[in-house]
Ligand binder design. Structure first.
Ligand code: ADP
Length: 413
C-alpha cells in the first residue's frame, strides 16, 4: 500500500512542495506558495497537466504551511493530514556536521542555526519552513537533505583553500560544494545509462545558480562552488570567482562595508551586474535585439563554463564518459549549449548534432537526449534534473529505517 510523503523547498518568500506516493514513486501534485508576506501573495497547484493559481493573503511561513495543507485537503489529494507520513526538507548547507541526510531533532536545529552564517540567504527560510511544519504537524517526522553531502568525497587537495591551515581547523573554511542533490540525481541516471558505477562525468548545472562538478569513479571529485554558493562560475546574480583584492579595493573606493559588498556580489552581480537582466530568456531576447551588454554577459557565462569543463577534463586525464547539461538554462537554452559544444569541438573529438540540440527543451519535442553525433569520442547530453525526487528517496529510506529500528526495539528483537 502506498503512503504519502511531502517534499518541501522553502525560500525567503516562497514555499515549494511536492506530494508523492511511496513506494510507487508517483508524483501526486506539486505547487508553491509565492510572495509570502506581500499583499499580492498567491499559491499554485499543478496536477494531471492542470494548473490552479489563486490569490491568497499569506503573512509568514506558518500561514504558508497551513495554506499548503488546506489546499491539499480541499482538492482531496489527502483526506486527512495524518495521511502524510514524513516531510523531506531541502537544506543548503550541512557544514562539517552532516555527511548524510538526517532526521531532524533539537540537536539538528541547533546545528542548522549555527550554519546560518554560511548560508544567510537560504538557511533562515529553510529553518522557518521546518518550524512552521512542526507547529502545524508536531508529531510528523521531518528529514533534512543537504545540498552539500554529495560532495563529501572530494579529496582534501581539492577542497582546501591555500589560506592559513588554522582557518580550516578552527573556522571550517573549506570548499563544501552545492547543488549536490542535483549532481547526485544526474550521476545516478548516468550510472544506470552506462551500467557503470565508476563513471567519469562533467555535470553542468546551469540555472539561476550555476555549478559544475567533476565526477571521478562515480563520486564527486571536484566542484565549482566553495565555502558558499558564491564561488565558481558566473551566475544570474552572483559574481562567481573574482580576485579577492577587489573587496578591499572597492570598499575604499566606494566607501562600502564588507556586508554591503557581500550583498552586491551575491544579489547584484553576475549576468544582472553586466547586462541589467538575470533571467536568461530576457537576456537572449535583448541580445537578439542587438544589445551589446546582453551579448557580452552570455559570452562571459559560456566562457566561464568552458574554463571549468577544461579544468575537469584534465582532472579526469581526458578519460571522460559524458558531459551533461541540466537545470533551467542547461535544459532549455539550445544556443548556449551549441556555443559551448562548438567551442569544445575545436579541442576535443566531439561534434554537435544541431538538429537534436535545437529540439531539446522543456517546451519542445524532446526534454532530454544526446546532442553529439555518434562518431564523437564521448556523449554530451541534456538531462532534466529532479531534486525533489532525490529528497523524496532519501526521506523515505531514512524514515523506513528509523521506523524499522523502533519497531524492532518495541519487539525487543
Ligand atoms: P532555480 O531553480 O535556481 O530558480 P532554474 O534551474 O529554474 O533555477 O533556472 C532558471 C534559469 O533558467 C533562468 O535564468 C531562466 O531564464 C532560464 N530558463 C528557463 N526557461 C528557459 C528557456 N526556455 N530558455 C532559456 N532559458 C531558460
Amino acid at each position: 500500500m502506498d503512503e504519502k510523503y511531502l517534499v518541501v523547498n522553502a525560500g525567503s518568500s516562497s514555499l515549494k512542495f511536492t506530494l508523492y506516493a511511496m513506494p510507487s514513486e508517483k508524483e501526486i501534485v506539486n505547487g508553491s506558495v509565492e510572495k509570502i508576506g506581500k499583499s499580492d501573495s498567491y499559491y499554485t497547484l499543478k496536477f494531471n497537466g492542470k494548473k490552479i493559481e489563486k490569490l491568497q493573503l499569506i503573512d509568514d511561513h506558518t500561514t504558508a504551511v497551513k495554506c499548503m495543507l488546506n489546499i491539499l485537503l480541499q482538492n482531496e489529494f489527502i483526506k486527512e493530514i495524518e495521511e502524510i507520513k514524513g516531510v523531506g526538507n531541502r537544506i543548503l548547507h550541512g557544514g562539517e556536521f552532516y555527511k548524510e541526510s538526517v532526521v531532524i531533532d533539537d540537536n539538528v536545529m541547533n546545528n542548522l542555526n549555527s550554519l546560518i552564517k554560511l548560508g544567510p540567504t537560504h538557511i533562515p527560510a529553510q529553518i522557518a519552513g521546518i518550524m512552521a511544519i512542526k507547529k502545524v504537524l508536531p508529531n510528523i517526522d521531518q528529514v533534512a537533505v543537504f545540498d552539500t553531502t554529495f560532495h563529501k568525497t572530494i579529496p582534501k587537495e581539492n577542497y582546501l583553500y591555500a589560506v592559513p591551515y588554522s582557518w580550516y581547523e578552527e573556522n571550517n573554511v573549506r570548499k563544501y560544494g552545492f547543488h549536490g542533490i542535483s549532481h547526485e540525481y544526474i550521476t545516478n541516471i548516468m550510472k544506470k545509462r552506462f551500467n557503470n558505477e565508476n563513471i567519469n562525468l562533467i555535470i553542468c548545472h546551469v540555472g539561476s545558480g550555476v555549478s559544475l562538478s567533476c565526477i571521478k569513479n562515480g563520486k564527486s571529485y571536484d566542484t565549482s562552488m566553495g565555502l558558499t554558493p558564491l564561488d565558481g562560475v558566473i551566475m544570474g546574480t552572483r559574481s562567481g570567482s573574482i580576485d579577492n583584492s577587489i573587496i578591499s579595493y572597492i570598499s575604499n573606493e566606494r566607501n562600502l562595508s564588507i556586508e554591503e559588498i557581500d550583498n552586491i556580489l551575491n544579489k547584484k552581480s553576475g549576468l544582472l551586474g553586466i547586462a541589467g537582466q538575470n533571467d536568461f530568456r530576457d537576456l537572449e531576447q535583448q541580445a537578439g535585439f542587438g544589445d551589446e551588454r546582453s551579448k557580452l554577459a552570455i559570452k562571459m557565462l559560456e566562457n566561464s563554463i568552458i574554463k571549468f569543463i577544461a579544468q575537469y577534463y584534465f582532472e579526469l586525464e581526458g578519460k571522460i564518459d559524458a558531459i551533461v547539461f541540466t537545470a533551467g538554462i542547461g535544459e532549455n537554452a539550445s544556443s548556449l549549449r551549441e556555443d559551448i559544444v562548438m567551442s569544445l569541438s575545436n579541442v576535443m573529438n566531439v561534434k554537435l548534432n544541431k538538429d537534436i540540440n535545437d529540439n531539446i527543451a522543456r517546451f519542445k519535442k524532446y526534454q532530454s537526449g544526446v546532442i553529439t553525433t555518434e562518431d564523437s569520442a564521448f556523449e554530451i547530453l541534456v538531462i532534466p534534473t529532479n531534486e525533489e525526487f532525490m529528497i523524496l528517496k532519501d526521506t523515505y529510506n531514512i524514515l523506513k529505517t528509523k521506523n524499522k529500528v523502533q519497531f524492532q526495539k518495541k519487539l525487543k528483537i
